[in-house]
Design a protein. Structure first.
Length: 239
């Protein structure tokens, strides 16, 4: 059986993709002298959150994913990032190929929520490989890619932010149910608001102006207008 090893050598944001897309550069090495006619590869990408540290702001932003920081010893479980298929052309010995990974900015997706919460540094990824290899020098053999093939990679957070900024410059993305969107659209039309930002701002301002204020504390009627006794140096009260 051919011995395959995989190494991720880099990642970049694809500026020409229709949606947010990361392109990982993958180096594949086969057993010495083995002719690989083609490689049908499956790649699962997983985030390993326990493999890095977090600042106070990052920990606060990740609380909804992993709970209170005191529980992180058991709650920092791996997060599924993506699963893609790659068809690698024939090679002998070693080759490099791109692994194209479509991404999402949906805050309901755990991977997007995690990566958006990071301020700086790197995101620890684990790439798990499987698939089918078509090999042979004088003939044609079909063999599986062993399930234990994997590669670790620390993706710079700056690359993720660059990708998001390319498709959502200075903006965020929010998914809402259809009936909620219909209500928002009706509110926007009714008030002739120019944009969705103006619509949300109007709702926030209205909610803030109608929020009840906490009542001011009132004095106890039993003590109203009463003169309290003075304390002397000995601690006794003077008349």
């Amino acid at each position: 059986m051919t011995d395959f090893t995989f190494t991720c050598t880099g990642v970049r944001a694809d500026p020409y993709a229709a949606g947010p897309t990361l392109v990982f550069r993958l180096r594949i090495t086969a057993s010495e002298g083995t002719r690989v006619h083609a490689l049908a590869l499956r790649c699962q990408l997983r985030i390993e959150p326990a493999r890095r540290g977090y600042g106070p702001d990052e920990a606060e932003a990740l609380q909804d994913l992993f709970g209170d920081r005191s529980r992180w010893g058991t709650s920092l479980k791996p997060v599924q990032f993506a699963q893609v298929a790659v068809m690698v052309p024939g090679f002998t010995g070693e080759t490099e190929t791109d692994v194209v990974v479509p991404c999402t900015y949906d805050m309901d997706i755990a991977a997007g929520r995690y990566l958006s919460a990071l301020d700086e540094g790197e995101a620890p990824l684990l790439m798990l490989f499987s698939g089918t290899a078509f090999t042979g020098a004088g003939g044609f053999h079909v063999e599986p890619v062993p399930w234990d093939r994997e590669a670790s990679y620390r993706m710079p957070v700056a690359v993720w932010r660059e990708m998001i900024e390319q498709h959502f410059p200075g903006c965020g993305w929010l998914r809402l149910p259809r009936d909620t969107m219909a209500d928002l659209l009706a509110y926007r039309s009714r008030h002739a608001l120019a944009s969705w930002e103006a619509t949300v701002r109007a709702l926030l301002d209205a909610a803030q102006s109608t929020a009840p204020r906490p009542p001011a504390p009132s004095p106890d009627p039993a003590w109203a207008g009463a003169v309290l006794p003075r304390a002397t140096a000995t601690g006794r009260t003077a008349p």
